[in-house]
Ligand binder design. Structure first.
Ligand SMILES: Cc1cc2nc3c(=O)[nH]c(=O)nc-3n(C[C@H](O)[C@H](O)[C@H](O)COP(=O)(O)OP(=O)(O)OC[C@H]3O[C@@H](n4cnc5c(N)ncnc54)[C@H](O)[C@@H]3O)c2cc1C
Ligand code: FES
Length: 255
């Protein structure tokens, strides 16, 4: 983990209210060794407003560049959306513990909703590089706000998408169950939807397939100091999402 000034190579809309920011560390060191599921803390302003950095998952790491994909939801992300290409931004990265792809797994399912699909793209790239077959189940409230589908499709992920406004994702959830019972996945990762998390938990309970979830909580420091991100786990213990996570085994999280 280190703080780095990065040059903004790209900061453009890729979906409705969603932008992709591509960065290059000014010291040229990049984020070699960073893992899917790890995140950055982004300084959104040169002033003290907003004071706190905003956590964003790594969307990709490639050579000396790395990227995030973010939804504009409030003050911090509105400022990020205005950052000019060619300008610079300060980030602390990489933070947290990433996904743990089991080395023996051959069939990996990635289940994401909305901007929650962002960290799954880096995970898909890593899994494919390891020779695994990757299945993507991505949903959103509209076709225009589906995240990552073009990149996932280009890298050879077998992709199913779903669009619904109420978060039900019924057809997609049925499809995941069907695919799993026909030919089981041996690892499932999810982010962005409680309903999808519950499905992955059910698969885990019924068939023992390991699953992990990336949790997005409010964070103040991102480095384990403030305790602002603490969640109570299914066994009644408390975990800091920033340093114990943000990726957790699904059975540890209350659905
Ligand atoms: C580990 C981690 C990885 C993340 N990765 C991404 C990512 O790749 N792309 C992305 O778009 N977002 C991601 N997020 C969420 C992102 O950090 C927040 O959306 C961002 O901090 C909002 O900042 P803001 O100042 O724009 O909004 P604020 O003004 O702080 O909030 C605006 C609204 O969004 C809600 N909100 C803010 N943060 C969260 C949150 N974490 N979860 C749910 N609701 C929230 C607030 O309650 C409020 O209603 C991640 C969060 C974590 C913890
Ligand atoms: S965000 Fe401060 S301890 Fe996790």
């Amino acid at each position: 983990m280190r703080g780095v000034f990065a040059t903004i190579l790209q900061n453009r809309a890729v979906a409705e209210d969603i932008l992709k920011m591509v960065l290059r560390g000014k010291d040229g060191a990049g984020l070699a060794g960073a893992r899917p599921g790890q995140f950055l803390m982004v300084r959104c302003s040169d002033t003290s407003d907003p004071l706190l950095r905003r956590p964003m998952s790594l969307y990709d790491v490639s050579g000396d560049t790395f990227s995030i994909v973010y939804r504009v939801v409030g003050a911090g992300t509105r400022l990020m959306a205005k950052m000019p290409e060619g300008g610079e931004v300060h980030v602390i990265a990489p933070l947290g513990n990433g996904f743990n792809l089991p080395p023996q797994s051959g069939r990996v399912a990635l289940v994401g909703r909305g901007v929650g699909a962002a960290p799954l793209v880096f995970l898909a790239k890593t899994a494919i590089a390891q020779g695994k077959r990757v299945f993507g189940f991505i949903s959103a409230t509209s076709r225009e706000s589906l995240v990552g589908v073009e990149d996932l499709s280009k890298m050879g992920v077998e992709l199913q998408t779903g669009v619904d406004t109420d978060g039900s994702s019924t057809e997609l959830l049925d499809l995941i169950r069907e695919r799993h019972s026909a030919e089981p996945f041996d690892y499932v990762a999810t982010c962005g939807s409680r309903r999808m998390l519950r499905l992955v938990q059910d698969l885990r309970t019924a068939t023992g397939v390991p699953g992990e979830v990336l949790l997005e909580t409010r964070m103040a420091c991102g480095i384990g100091v403030c305790k602002g991100c603490v969640v109570m786990t299914a066994d009644g213990t408390y975990k800091k999402v920033c340093t114990d996570g943000p990726v957790f085994p699904v059975e540890l999280i209350a659905g």
